[in-house]
Design a protein around this ligand. Structure first.
Ligand code: ZN
Length: 650
């Protein structure tokens, strides 16, 4: 028996620090990387052949609204398929906890779809996330607007009183004690617009005590952006907290080119306090539909509408024509709704993204019917388009902006670097082919998603207290055993949740990447495989249950997959290297054997297989380049014959 659970061999390591790539093997044991060595120096019974691939730390998506997506959609395919292993949630002032009201405020509905997913305390919310067992790690900010709504109800068009500010401060303090990593604000949004600088700064005071950070969707990202930057920096200084400016942009045609003002201003302020910012790689933004933003945008696409669902995915001008009114009136009539606004300059986006202070965050909104492509495409787009195609920065620097740098800025101890002792969050991709498939790039011919990823997220426990934080439970699969992690520098670290399932799937995918690996695939110990697959199947069935619950929204999911040119469950790997084609098949084949072994009634088995197959078809549907008719047909025949399963027929 070897000392490791598995070794990633023959890959090219980019360790996240910005250091030049090098050939190296990486050994994993439990939830940690146990060794990084010269090629061929680390051996294990289970090996993942990474020939031709970059081995990098799992990406950290520093700007997300995935708070409750982690609960409702624990597979997190939209992020896992990009190589993301950690999401930072609770941005722009909106978090699902601590929220002490029963009804979900309209603003909060951006990220919370089910009342049972909100919680009056951060610890309560973290427990819900942990119970859902998502595939990725989560780190959580507390939203200033959420605090406002808790303390002030619907009476939000005024500054908070001293007593209300004190209540907000106490809620934040308690949350930080329970493992939240900081506070976000969204003074741009109506629910927080009336908040004064003093209100936010005084609410944020506990950040200094807990080592938390302050992220800001600033009050203004257009004409008054410089004043908004001053306000943001002041709040950070007064709270004694590092500042992270969210999705830095200068929006509206009149503000094109103003990175020439904002970036030097950042540099100047960075001399005096810790400041950084995140960027998403698109010239369009997305948020709720607001009339006043229509004039600023070159073009506006509706992403969802409760009042008029058929408006989703269409230009507001188009919707207005149908309704026989102006776009402004249309916005009123289809409210509540969300939108994509084309309102930035490409040169500004590139200037911001390549600035030394920039990290990458998707800002994707997970529940939109027709979401902004950034939800599925951010990381492959930076790697493929901006790094490889445009040469905006070296690959090592692109990876650094997605890993070690954000880990340091967000205080995610032990993450973001491939080195012995670090958490085993890993991502494998093909630097020559990785690209996003967002339709905004090429509407006529969406390319296949080609990131060859493997996100190996490991469970390390949700933090309910500094003590609890220090406990890190390994993932539940059989290849890992519970382990204890050392206490982390005395303060409650971020709440991390991850499932053990994912690396199992990755192992399967990777081993099957080349036909020649069939033997190795078969040689995996039966017991270990059974354990891994049982987990995989359980996760998929859980996901299915949720899908079925969604009923006719399934059709919308297909439409979304089409729009994105994206790939589905276990997703990104599917493209050019042909992994996803076989992904479900292998799960199916193994499921057949496994369930046969445990003597599950044939009918139940069939039902499950058919259900899985249906989902496979659903997700395959959105990948015209990848899945041709013939493939799908072949898949179906494989399903009934089960290659490698002997003469078994179902
Ligand atoms: Zn925002």
């Amino acid at each position: 028996m070897t000392a490791y659970d598995f070794v990633v061999r023959n890959g090219t390591l980019i360790d996240g620090t910005g250091a030049p790539r090098r050939a190296a093997d990486v050994a994993v044991k439990g939830d940690r990387i146990s060794a990084v060595g010269a090629p061929g120096s680390l051996r294990c019974d289970s090996e993942i052949d990474a020939t031709g691939l970059i081995v990098a730390p799992g990406f950290i998506d520093v700007h997300t609204h995935d708070d409750t997506a982690l609960i409702d959609n624990p597979g997190m395919a939209m992020k896992a398929s990009q190589g993301v292993t950690t999401v930072v949630c609770g941005n722009c002032g909106a978090s699902a906890s601590p929220y002490t009201r029963a009804e979900i405020n309209h603003f909060l509905s951006l990220l919370v779809k089910k009342p049972e997913n909100i919680a009056p305390s951060f610890a309560g919310f973290a427990a819900k996330v942990e119970a859902a067992g998502p595939a990725l790690n989560g780190a959580f900010l507390v939203g200033h607007s959420t605090l406002r709504m808790s303390a002030m109800g619907e009476d939000l068009m005024r500054p908070a009183t001293t007593a209300e500010t004190a209540e907000m401060r106490e809620l934040l303090d308690a949350s930080l004690g329970e493992g939240a990593i900081g506070m976000s604000s969204g003074l741009f949004y109506p629910v927080a617009r009336a908040a004064t600088t003093d209100e936010v700064a005084e609410t944020a005071l506990p950040l200094g005590k807990w080592g938390g950070l302050y992220t800001a969707h600033m009050r203004d990202e257009a004409d008054d952006i410089l004043a908004a930057m001053d306000e943001t920096f002041e709040i950070g200084r007064r709270a004694g907290a590092p500042v992270i400016v969210s999705h830095h942009k200068t929006s509206g045609r009149g503000n094109f080119g103003r990175m020439r003002e904002t970036l030097p201003k950042f540099e100047d302020a960075m001399k005096r306090q810790e400041i950084s910012f995140d960027v998403y790689p698109y010239v369009a933004g997305s948020t709720i539909l607001r009339k006043e933003m229509l004039d600023r945008a070159e073009r506006t696409l509706v992403t969802w509408s409760d009042t008029m669902p058929s408006a989703s995915g269409r230009d507001i001008a188009d919707v207005a024509r149908e309704l026989g009114c102006t776009p402004h009136e249309a916005a009123d009539r289809i409210h509540p709704a969300g939108a994509i606004y084309f309102m930035m300059d490409e040169a500004d986006v590139q200037a911001a993204m390549s600035h030394p202070g920039a990290m990458i965050g998707s800002d994707g909104i997970p529940f939109d019917t027709h979401p902004h492509p950034r939800l599925w495409g951010t990381f492959p787009r930076v790697l493929g388009h901006y790094c490889r195609e445009l040469g905006l920065f070296p690959l090592e620097d692109a990876v650094r902006r997605m890993t070690a740098y954000p880990a340091a800025r967000f205080r995610l101890t032990g993450r973001g670097t491939v080195r012995a002792g670090a958490y085993a969050d890993l991502c494998l991709f093909d630097a020559a082919t990785v690209i996003d498939t967002a339709p905004s790039r090429s509407r006529s011919a969406p390319r296949s998603a080609s990131i060859a990823f493997s996100a190996m997220a490991r469970r390390s426990g949700v933090t309910a207290s500094p003590q609890a934080a220090a406990r890190a439970a390994c993932c539940a699969c059989r290849s890992c055993r519970p382990s204890r992690a050392p206490a982390v520098e005395g303060r409650a670290p971020s709440a991390f949740v991850a499932a053990g399932t994912f690396h199992a799937l990755v192992t399967l995918l990777r081993l099957d990447r080349k036909r020649g690996d069939r033997a190795g695939f078969e040689a995996l110990e039966r017991d270990r495989l059974a354990g891994l697959l049982a987990e995989a199947v359980r996760t998929i069935l859980d996901a299915l249950e949720r899908l079925v619950d969604l009923g006719d929204q399934l059709a919308e999911a297909v439409a979304r997959a089409q729009l994105q040119g994206a790939v589905g469950l276990g997703g990104g790997a599917v493209g050019e290297i042909g992994l996803g084609q076989t992904f479900f098949l292998h799960v199916l084949q193994r499921l057949v054997r496994l369930l046969d072994e445990v003597a599950l009634p044939l009918q139940e088995l069939l039902a499950e297989v058919l259900l899985l197959h249906r989902v496979h078809e659903l997700f395959a549907f959105g990948r015209p380049v990848v899945v041709r008719q013939g493939d799908r047909h072949r898949n179906r025949s494989l399903l009934t014959r089960g290659p490698g399963a002997g003469a078994r027929s179902i």
